[in-house]
Design a protein around this ligand. Sequence first.
Ligand code: FAD
Length: 232
Amino acid sequence: MRNPHAGEPFTDDDQAIAAALEEVSVPALLCSLVHMTGDPAWIRGDIRPRVAMSLDIQSAIPAGERAEVRRRALPAIAAYRDGGCAPHELPRELLQEMMSFLGCQPVEGRLAGLYFDDLQFAGGDTSAITWGDDIPAEAKTAAPVVVVGCGLAGILAGIRLRQAGLPFVVGEPLPGRPGRRGEPPVTATRSSPRTTGASSTAGSRSCVPTSPRSSTSTACARTAGSTPPLPG
Ligand SMILES: Cc1cc2nc3c(=O)[nH]c(=O)nc-3n(C[C@H](O)[C@H](O)[C@H](O)COP(=O)(O)OP(=O)(O)OC[C@H]3O[C@@H](n4cnc5c(N)ncnc54)[C@H](O)[C@@H]3O)c2cc1C
């Protein structure tokens, strides 16, 4: 199976690639080029991110340097395309070097472990719940779970609960725009027994949080069961 991080193979012509290159983050492009070519020289040259900040996807790389990277990237990407879009598997040390390159500081120790666990370079899910048949179906059915809040934590809890085969519901008072980007959290005036915020509890099938902004009680969504130069 193709590693999902590799993206779909593409056949765009050089002109389309050149146009797309105008839009990309050059630091991310340089790391992608390492994946595409297997050549670490892309991140070991003089053109490097100056500062890592989410508000500047170019990490303060000057415009002239960005143009130079794009110029060199085009034939490399075209060769990747012509070769069938097969990325190189990279050693862990090089992947960690790429993280440090992007972060403009050494990424080591537990932080590196966190990133490797989060990024799942091999395309798998090492935290997936795989207890198989160890737990009898009756025991799972007898342990329904309520997840309070359909933000990132709630969604992940739902994914894990589905993997675990446990029945669950996710309660969310903001239909259509859950999560911290929607509106401020609301105060629960009553909820099912033993429920806690954005976590899961067993022993109930319903949740009834109430928003102070609305007289209507919650929508309770049911999801259960359900330094060398650059190459080129
Ligand atoms: C403007 C903005 C931009 C951001 N950009 C990024 C980004 O680019 N990258 C990034 O990684 N992170 C970003 N974040 C941070 C990210 O959104 C949060 O870290 C993340 O949403 C936290 O997830 P959570 O599940 O803990 O909480 P939330 O996402 O806040 O989810 C909690 C959910 O619980 C619900 N809830 C609250 N009270 C109750 C109740 N009593 N009953 C039932 N449901 C309830 C809420 O409606 C909400 O849907 C951004 C945050 C903001 C505000």
